[in-house]
Write a new protein. Sequence first.
Lengths: 100, 471
Amino acid sequence: MDFTQKDVHALAELARLQLSSEEEQRFQKNLADILTFVGRLSQIDTSSVAEADEQCSSEGYRTDESRVVEGGTHDAIIEAFPTKVGTLLSVPAVFDKPKG
Amino acid sequence: MSFEYSTLISAAKGLREKTMSAVELTTHYFARMKEKDGDLHAYLDVQTEQALAQAAEADARLSNNTMKGLLDGIPLALKDNIMMAGTRTTAGSRILEHHVAAYDATVTKRLREAGTIVLGKTNLDEFAMGSSTENSAFGATKNPHDLERVPGGSSGGSAAAVAADLCIAALGSDTGGSIRQPASFCGIVGFKPSYGRVSRYGLIAMASSLDQIGPMTKTVGDARVLYQAIHGKDVMDQTTVHVEDRVKTFSSLKGVKVGVPKQAWGEGMTTEVRVATERALSQMRVAGAELVEIDLPYVDEALAVYYVLMPCEVSANLSRFDGMRYGYRVSAGTLMETYMRSRAEGLGAEAKRRIMLGTYALSKGYYDAYYRQARKVQVLIRRAYALAFEKVDVIATPTAPSTAFKLGEKVNDPLAMYLEDVYTVGVNVAGLPAISLPCKTDSLPVGLQLIGDRFADDALLDIAEFAEGVI
């Protein structure tokens, strides 16, 4: 499995990770090693496995109801915000250059 | 009254016979931590005030005869990826260094309701990714049997705390071997229940289709008591099921068929592991167990399957750690830069490696080759185990290929570290229950792994308890 440093850079961007050049070089080698190892799976004949067999079964679905959480939990969630304005979560603007 | 190396069951008896109080027992553990944990670093946080208050409540119940059950007044430790409301839960990561849990995990809630005392939170590899606890952002835990060696991982803090008697018992989590391998390295019992037996609500997720919470204890009997308290259906975790245990009862090892897979007992383990585990098996045979050589085709592919499926799930599960709603945020110029720098500074090398790997395997053009193929091989592995369990009651393998290795020995070689899981991952890939039992050795601890059929957890614990008495 061959990886260029450019591939690793693009992958890091998809994964929302800023990597140093040293990290990019290290991961370039690590990922190639690991993918070579897991590549052995391609040799296995899986023709006996039907698509339905691959599906996860889930037996415990519940109705997704909105619930009012207890005051303490509500406050703890707000307390955990990295930045807030009053009781509101503060986040950076989605658009880099908002219209004037 | 000596508290030395109390088991859960002996401590429960002591509390009832009033040879000790819960406050005395709790105070004893804090004193031991003060003495030992500076060297070991098994705990990340200790909850002195809260634990002593819980102990006083347990003592009050004890004195007016309203005790709840065996767990009432028992001091435990929780791996720090299990949430406990109002206390810090870091998952061993810088990105959650100051994160205070907003609610209790279901297991925490159940333990509280049973009257247990939580002494503190134990160290782990970041987000439970690792086999040595060296990936913790807060420093490695040491093995109580040899301070130059790792305790195993990722539940290394829990394993070291139990082995050094810094708590009665602990909870860990196991995605590829993270309860059993550290149990093996530290010489304690580690039990991973069947997938679907224990709710993971409030467990910080690593790979959701594989994660399972379980007990780490001094005896199988203790593991059973803890397991009984935490297992069962929970509406907050849709994978938990109410399935009756497969009943097959034994009154001793007599007649128990133990499968010995030829794939596991070939090359690949050190001499000390081979000597200790083979001796354990022959002791089981002397006690009446029947050893049956079995074939487990495809199971030696489990590690490769694991290193595709797990990183895919990691990349999805860890996408929530982006500095927005909780955790560490680096405020940068744009939203994208904020995401990328928060994650870059908040996450460690192993977490990044797995996120990258998962992102790659799930990307367009590679999904079929990696993820789908791994899912198909997973089906073949499940079938192989199912076929084997038509003939045997349990399957025996070593828990880990070696005894505890030196700190720093494998930390720069991810593939060597991954191979630590070679005997344990198959169990997670197939959703089975398995337990690591300490074998008799002259030097460092060695674990024997017994694997049960899916949802035959109680039968596995029965057999493990008989085996514990003879190995």
